[in-house]
Design a binder for this molecule. Structure first.
Ligand code: F0G
Length: 455
């Protein structure tokens, strides 16, 4: 196979400050080994998140110049609505400043005590927004989706049997909505098949429960369907996207992912009553319904990003370059969540560092080592993030992963080769990595600000 070249050339560059291992040892110690506390200028390759970190195209920057900043009824808003409805033909498109703002508004309307929201796997902010209203967030991903080494083409699928059981157990009248997160970020960026979306919709219809899609990475999901699901090889990405959304009654979206912008999002839906309530809530916190917490230029950048993200050359490069990273890490013997996800590779730090017990944070130890050794910033998704219990105790999370999230159109293959080489070197001396402890932590969301030291 030929090298997958980036389907773009670079017109404008941002320098990376090259640091030495000695400098980085000092820098990371100064921030008590918390990677969130580093200054980004001290990071050489930043794989902390794929959210809001995309590189925009010349066409998007040009669209920014024609953005119209009228408070109400801006032409930018209408261009944005047309671009969204072309792919996701919902009646109401309500812009928000990012995905969680759409979640906050949606669950303020439909959540509340005694309610249950079912999802393949809720993303953290989705779960938090649901629980904040007193409702419960239930994850129903297939069993394969919980096992890092099991191979399945659509590990993000919802377990249909568990869905039916949950509806029986909680009662359809207490389930205001079922959701599907595409791709399933918390489960390793794994896709959901068209067949699964269709089946979930059929069950929802039977019980009169609306189906919403958490659409952050919808284009990556569509590309996986084209590659892996029989019958879709000849379909265009736009056709696949339109079919995916034809089964849904609405969606929440973080445009910071598959709309290729640095800020933005939306709530889309068909229910007129909910839409009216949503627009009223939008005015309280986000702004007037034709700009929703964004400037007109942001709406134009999203409109163009939505055209570019469904281009097949882009998606081919995007998905195969993530797989490229995954394949070379596997070749080096490094255990990862398989198969490779769309936007990120997740290293199984617990399997890689069996000498470090979960409560000594193998993921954190690996993430810190990767920064010290190579200036690469990644993110622990394991016992640091999920281990704190409401009673103040802690227990091991289900998995100890380190996520390497790939910003869109930002890094070239040589950057990725450097990541592979660095991790291979660390793997060769993995037995020297030491466990860590937390020396200070806040009451909630400890991973963002906790202070660490070595055991
Ligand atoms: N849903 C999913 C599946 C997400 O991955 C995210 C964000 C959100 C909702 C919330 O969107 O950040 O615009 O408010 N994920 C980022 C990440 C933060 O790093 O995975 P937001």
């Amino acid at each position: 196979m030929k090298t997958i070249i980036e389907p773009f050339k670079i017109k404008s560059v941002e320098p990376i400050t090259i640091t030495t291992e000695g400098q980085r040892e000092k820098l990371i110690k100064e921030v008590d080994y918390n990677l969130f506390s580093l200054h980004a200028k001290d990071v050489m390759i930043d794989l902390l998140t794929d959210s809001g970190t995309s590189s925009m195209s010349a066409k998007q920057w040009a669209a920014i110049m024609v953005g119209d900043e009228s408070y109400a009824g801006s032409p930018s808003y209408y261009r944005f609505v047309d671009a969204v409805q072309h792919l996701m033909p919902f009646d109401h498109i309500i812009p928000t400043h990012q995905g969680r703002a759409a979640e906050k508004i949606l669950f303020s309307i439909i959540g509340g005590k005694g309610k249950y929201i079912l999802n393949n796997t809720h993303f953290d902010t989705t779960r938090a927004n649901i629980e904040y209203t007193g409702a419960r967030a239930i994850d129903l991903v297939i069993e394969e989706g919980k096992n890092p080494s099991s191979i399945h083409p659509f590990k993000g699928n919802m377990d249909i049997k568990k869905l039916q059981q949950a509806i029986q157990a909680y009662g359809a009248e207490n389930i205001p909505m079922v959701m599907l997160t595409v791709t399933n970020n918390s489960g390793g960026g794994q896709p959901v098949s068209m067949e699964n979306i269709r089946t979930v919709k059929a069950i929802c219809k039977q019980y009169n429960i609306p189906l919403f899609i958490d659409a952050c990475r919808f284009a990556e999901n569509a590309y996986f369907i084209k590659m892996r699901e029989s019958g879709y090889q000849q379909h265009s990405i736009i056709d696949i996207v339109q079919e995916m959304f034809s089964y849904a009654d609405g969606c929440t979206m973080s445009a910071k992912k598959d709309a290729l912008v640095n800020i933005g999002g939306w709530l889309a839906l068909n229910n007129n009553e909910w839409a009216e309530q949503a627009r009223n809530l939008l005015i309280l916190t986000e702004g007037f319904p034709t700009y929703g917490g964004l400037s007109g230029r942001d709406l134009d950048a999203m409109a163009v990003g939505l055209e570019e993200v469904v281009e097949e050359d882009y998606l081919h490069y995007r998905i195969t370059s993530t797989q490229y990273l995954g394949n070379y890490l596997l070749k080096a013997g490094i255990p990862i969540v398989q198969p490779a996800g769309g936007h990120a590779i997740y290293i199984d730090a617990r399997a890689m560092l069996p000498h470090i017990k979960p409560l000594a944070y193998p993921g954190q130890s690996l993430a810190v080592a990767l920064y010290k050794y190579a200036g690469i910033r990644s993110c622990e998704i394991g016992t640091v993030m999920f281990g704190a219990q409401p009673d103040g105790k802690e227990k091991a999370a289900a998995m100890d992963l380190v996520r390497l999230a790939i910003p869109r159109r930002v890094y070239t293959q040589s950057h990725i080769d450097y990541v592979i080489e660095s991790l291979t070197d660390i793997y060769d001396k993995k037995d020297e990595l030491k466990g860590m402890k937390i020396v200070w932590q806040p009451k909630q969301l400890r991973h963002f600000t906790a202070k660490f030291d070595y055991l």
